[in-house]
Design a protein around this ligand. Structure first.
Ligand SMILES: Cc1ncc(COP(=O)(O)O)c(C=O)c1O
Length: 383
């Protein structure tokens, strides 16, 4: 049997208990079993994002369907500011450029983030209705200081929407205290369930914006999903369009496992694992894509190469039993790859990853300090 360690950016390693939770041949979408897991999952999502009074949504799709559903909170002609630190920040621009709204984008250079004061300067210039932020930019591993940005801009804008796809479940998220109106994610990231669902928590103030005048399409109009989610919250079933029933059984099991670990413990584990990965990379003499240490994320590390081709590194790593993620930022094409460290990644996975990487880079001819990466990981993990 060939075993593989998945150090990717989603889907992550999925616990067998989670997979088995979806192996059911006889559950209808109105069954008590399904109603119970929906109720539990909506309630745990609020707990995970620290949003006790917000409405939780679980909709089909993933991060992108959750993002596009925000169109149901927006009216024609409104002004949207996209704060983009990379490919997934840019996705907001790609989505909204299809709608009749006015768009402005603040775009950071690869490896950097837009500072809170830059966002403030922009929202002070003219009326902005909606600001979109990305907590962790998966294309570079850069973390935006969400709490500070919202603190600066809250009084100037109507709606603050945060993409937490690479943060929820691995980084501190306090949607309500920080006054974010929406925090969203997908089932396959730090939550550790299979892909297929978009998850959101939405403030009551934001829900007041739902209207027949929104620019939304039909399927992702949260007006259609709201009564369904409210019904499940009350322990009743409801239908607008079929939910991914079996996936939601798996999601509920993943939430149960997260609760067992404890949300704070889970964030602490991600912090430790990510600092060990970075120690290993820097120990062997390579640079990290994120340029400011305060912007290092708990979930993704981009690794710059000086000489060898990243796709050769990834291919060789797979033959060593470890799957990493390619670089996707167009400005750094051919110069970097990514290590995902979210979900159930553990200390031994870090050691295996860094030691295999040292061997692969040495064989391919990348100049590194051979052995120093593993040493730095060991020191970090034992300190
Ligand atoms: C930060 C971020 N936002 C949005 C998405 C899109 O999610 P999905 O691929 O589930 O549509 C991703 C996917 O990796 C992401 O990393």
């Amino acid at each position: 049997m060939t075993r593989k360690i998945l150090m990717h950016v989603g889907p992550e390693t999925i616990d067998y208990e989670v997979l088995l939770a979806g192996v059911r041949g006889d559950v209808g979408f109105t069954s008590k079993e399904f109603t119970d897991v929906m109720r539990y999952s909506l309630s745990f999502l609020r707990k995970l994002t620290n949003a006790p009074s917000y409405q939780a949504f679980i909709i089909p799709g993933g991060g992108t369907s959750a993002m596009e559903s925000i169109s149901s909170l927006i009216k024609k002609g409104e002004n949207i500011l996209v704060v983009s630190n990379g490919v997934f920040g840019d996705r907001w621009e790609k989505i909204f450029s299809r709608y009749p709204v006015n768009l402005k984008t603040l775009r950071a250079k690869a490896g950097y983030y837009i500072k809170p004061e830059e966002v403030l300067d922009e929202v002070k210039k003219s009326k902005i209705n909606v600001v979109t932020l990305t907590h962790v930019e998966t294309s570079t591993g850069v973390r935006e200081p969400i709490q500070s940005v919202i603190k600066e801009i809250r009084d100037y804008v109507d709606l603050v929407v945060v993409d937490g796809v690479s943060s929820i479940g691995a980084e501190e998220v306090r949607a309500e205290d920080w006054k974010a109106d929406v925090y969203l994610t997908a089932s396959q990231k730090a939550i550790g369930a299979p892909p297929g669902a978009g998850l959101l928590v939405v403030s009551n103030k934001a829900l007041e914006r739902l209207s027949s005048e929104s620019i939304s399409s039909f399927y992702l109009d949260l007006r259609n999903w709201l009564p369904v989610m409210k019904a499940f919250d009350e322990g009743k079933s409801a239908y607008f369009s079929t939910l991914p029933v079996h996936l939601i059984f798996m999601l509920a099991k993943a939430f149960e496992l997260m609760d067992k670990e404890g949300i704070e413990n889970r964030i602490g584990r991600h912090e430790k694992i990510s600092s060990a990965i970075r120690a290993g990379i820097e120990g062997m003499g390579l640079d990290i894509v994120a340029k400011n240490p305060e912007a290092y994320s708990n979930t993704v590390t981009g690794v710059m190469l000086n000489k060898v081709n990243p796709s050769d590194v990834l291919t060789r790593m797979v033959s060593e039993g470890i799957e990493l993620a390619p670089g996707v930022h167009p400005d750094l094409a051919g110069k970097y790859f990514r290590i995902g460290h979210m979900g159930w990644t553990n200390e031994n996975d870090v050691i295996s990853t860094i030691s295999a990487l040292e061997r692969v880079l040495k064989v391919l001819g990348e100049p590194i300090r051979f052995g120093e990466g593993v040493k730095a990981v060991q020191e970090t993990l034992s300190s």
